[in-house]
Each structure stands twice: as C-alpha cells, then as structure tokens.
Design a protein around this ligand. Structure first.
Ligand code: PLP
Length: 445
C-alpha cells in the first residue's frame, strides 16, 4: 500500500502529485525585493519524472484508459517534457512511445527521451510545435497516430491537459496557501497550466488575479510560446486571465541565475521567465500572497544557459570546418526514399500470408521492445547488429525470401537495404511494423 506520510510507494506512478501529495511551495526570501507581499515558488521539478508535464502525461493516459481506449503505442508532438512524462508512464504501463519534436529542443531533452526508451522523430520545426504546418511535429504526430495500433493523445487539444491542473495543481495551491492566494502566475506554452489552475482558483475565489507570462518572438526559452504563437494555442484563454506580460530572454535568464544564487533554487529558464513576469505585475502590498509555477529545474537546459550566460562555461574549442557532405549518407537517404514507395513495402496482411507460407521474418527491434511484444516465429536481429555486419541466424542462401519488421516501418526499411546490400535478392519490409501487426489482431507472443 502506498503511503504519502511514510513516502513508501508500490509504484512510481503513485508519487504523482495531488492535494494529498502536493509538490512543494517555497517562499522567496531575497530575490523579489518585496517588503510586504509574500511570493511562493511552486517547485514542479518534484514531480516523479522531473517536470510539470508529468501531471499532464499521466492524466492524458489515465483518461484514455478510463474511456476504454485500447492503448498499445503512443505518439505525441512535444517540446520535450510531456514526451519525457509520457515515455515514463508508457514504460510503467508497457506501451510503446514515439516523440515527434523539433531539432531545436535542447539536446539534453532529446537524449533523455532516448535514454528513457522513446523512438524519436526529429524535425526542422519550431521549438514549441505549432498547428497548421504540414511538415511540423503536430501534423506528423497526427499522421503517425492514425496507424493501426497507435494513438496520439495530443496535449495541445486534449482537455485532459488543463484538466490535470484543474484536478491537482489548482487544489494543491489553494490548500497550501490556506485559501489566502491573491495572485497566480504561470508561463505560457500549451496554456494547460494557467488555464486549468486559473479556472480552479477563480471558482474558489473570483478575486484571485491570474497572470500569464510569455517570451518575445524569436525567443530561446524551451517550453513556452511568444504572443504570436499563443494565438494558435487551443487552451490560450486570454479572457480568463487578468494580465499577460512579455519578458525578454535576458531578463528571464538573468533572474534564473539570481534564483540559483539568492534563493538556492535550481530553477530552469521558464521559471525565471514566470518570476520576471510576477515581479512586473504583483504589487508589494500587505495581504498579497502570490504563487508562481516553476515548471522545471536547470539540468536539461545547460546548452541553453551556455548561449545566455557564456561567461560560466569553458570557451568552445575553435569551430571545426564543416565536414564535406557524406556522399554515402546522401545515397542511402535517396535509396531509402525510393524503397519507401517501392514494391518491397508490404502491408501486414501480405506479411501474415508470407509468414504462413514459411518466409523468414526478421524482427530488427531492440531486445527490450521485443520483450514487450513480438511475433513468436520471428528471427531477432537488432538493426544495430545488422548494420555492424551480423547476419546471425539468417539463411546462407541469398535467394531465400525474407521479410523485415520493426515498430513502425522505418528501421525495417533500413534493414531491407542492408540485407539487399549483402546480396539477399528477395526482401520485403512491413509497413506500419508491429504497431500495425498488433492493431490488425494478428498473433503476437
Ligand atoms: C519547461 C516548461 N516551462 C513551461 C511550460 C508551459 O506550460 P504549459 O504548456 O502548461 O503552458 C512547459 C510546457 O511544456 C515547459 O516544459
């Protein structure tokens, strides 16, 4: 039995915060310069997977499960933190997870996602995904989510995003301030945080002032959006906020550093942004109690800090000259694009028919993915081993027909090219991979 009092838990998911197990609020001592107003930071990096978005990830999955959705593989557009939360909830629930995100998302987040077992599709997209861009993360995730066996929960339009904050963060703040809160401040990304908490607090006391803080256009603060980009966010509800403030990168990073030095808080850039907005708008008057959400800590943003506080980092080694384009990589990419639309990509029904006829089916996923779900008669040869030259278990006879399969149909296509390069004449790749296979109700073990 999980017990918050003892902090003893049956499952990491039981640590997710709610009114019985709130993330801390900590009063700021020096950095505000206020004499009368009390300003509290709500430290969301105390969530089990490290950021405010764990609440959203867990609520997206919880509501889908309660609706009876048959979840197998999740795919989500993300600026990183929802992805990390979903990766970990998926691991706990034994779902597959793919994150679709911009290459501008900090390397630390993209690496964390890989470390936590996600498949990544990295695009030339905005730092925070925007709707209406056909090649952007949102459109791509929607497309991938339509494959059989895959689900896109879509934090940008799913009411479970603000709902997470209405259910948990709002009541926590109300209880933690004994109902004395007068001002609530949050940074603006999807706007799930401000809209969910703001609604809850105003229902308790319509006098609570709700303040949103956003960066300038062209900003470099991961997780948040400029005013122009906010106009496209489903949960941006300016009529429900009392003030909206713009803060520049310099002020946000500068205040973040002061939070480290003056308050011993390991705050990340969007915490500095939110506090800078609070200091512009919250009056220093007796009776004022302000709560500012601090979404994440500093660790995943060291590459961002390097750009804004370069004096703290060792000098970059002299930039190496750009390497010449690798002709092999270019040819491989062209071959991949050709193969993708060629006759060697088959659907799961054809793959099942070939398997019945005795074809060699090669699963090129990693062992941990195979352990979750696999086709019992398949031969297991991870793409990494195949590309390092291993043909372990494959028939010697290069005329033997072979079918390759992975999670979604990308790695199996590379495997097809590698096998053809090794002389196998008859190789096919399964479109949609194990997701489509399981989604079609074909046998798995
Ligand atoms: C670090 C960080 N700060 C702020 C936000 C903004 O929160 P919201 O999307 O609820 O507006 C996010 C959202 O991903 C975030 O990751």
């Amino acid at each position: 039995m999980s017990d918050h009092r003892l902090r003893a838990y049956d499952s990491i998911l039981d640590l997710l915060p709610d009114a019985d197990n709130p993330t801390p609020i900590v009063r700021l001592q020096r950095v505000t310069g206020f004499e009368h107003a009390r300003v509290y930071a709500k430290l969301e990096w105390y969530n089990p997977f490290g950021a405010v978005k764990d609440r959203v990830a867990a609520n997206l999955v919880r509501e889908a499960e309660e609706r009876g959705d048959h979840l197998q593989n999740l795919v989500e557009p993300t600026s990183g933190n929802t992805g990390i939360g979903l990766a970990m909830v998926s691991n706990a629930r034994q779902y597959g997870f793919s994150a679709v995100l911009s290459k501008a998302v900090p390397l630390e987040k993209r690496t964390s996602l890989r470390l936590f077992g996600s498949d990544l599709l990295e695009l030339d997209d905005d730092l925070c995904p925007l709707p209406g861009q056909p090649e952007g993360a949102m459109a791509k995730a929607e497309e991938l989510g339509r494959r059989p066996g895959w689900t896109e929960l879509n934090q940008y339009a799913n009411p479970a995003n603000p709902g997470a904050h209405y259910r948990t963060t709002g009541p926590e703040i109300w209880n933690q301030t004994g109902g004395a809160i007068t001002h609530f401040v949050a940074s603006l990304g999807t706007c799930g945080t401000i809209t969910g908490i703001g609604r809850y607090l105003k229902e308790q006391n319509a006098e609570v002032t709700v303040i949103g803080v956003h960066p300038a256009q062209g900003h470099d603060i991961p997780g948040v959006r400029s005013r122009q980009a906010l106009a496209l966010a489903d949960f941006f509800a300016p009529d429900e906020y009392d003030a909206i403030v713009e803060i520049g990168d310099e002020d946000a990073y500068g205040l973040c550093r002061r939070l480290h030095l003056e308050e011993s808080l390991i705050a990340g850039p969007s915490s500095g942004l939110a506090l800078a907005g609070a200091l512009r708008t919250v009056p220093d008057e007796p009776g004022v109690v302000a709560v500012v959400v601090f979404p994440d800590n500093a660790w995943k943003y060291l590459s961002s800090f390097r750009r804004h506080l370069p004096e703290l980092f060792p000098p970059e080694p002299d930039a190496a000259p750009a390497p010449p384009a690798n002709p092999f990589a270019v040819h491989l990419e062209n071959a991949f694009a050709l193969a993708k639309h060629g006759p060697d990509v088959i659907d799961v029904a054809e793959a099942a028919r070939l398997l019945d006829a005795g074809v060699t089916l090669v699963d090129v996923r990693n062992p941990d993915e195979v352990a979750r779900v696999h086709i019992p008669s398949s031969l297991k040869l991870p793409l990494g081993e195949l590309s390092a030259g291993s043909l372990a278990g494959l028939p010697e006879d290069r005329t033997t027909p072979i079918v390759t399969i992975c999670a979604a149909g990308t790695r199996s296509l590379y495997a097809l090219l590698l096998l053809k390069a090794q002389g196998y004449a008859d190789v096919k790749s399964v479109d949609g991979g194990m997701g489509a296979w399981a989604g079609a109700g074909l046998p798995t073990g």
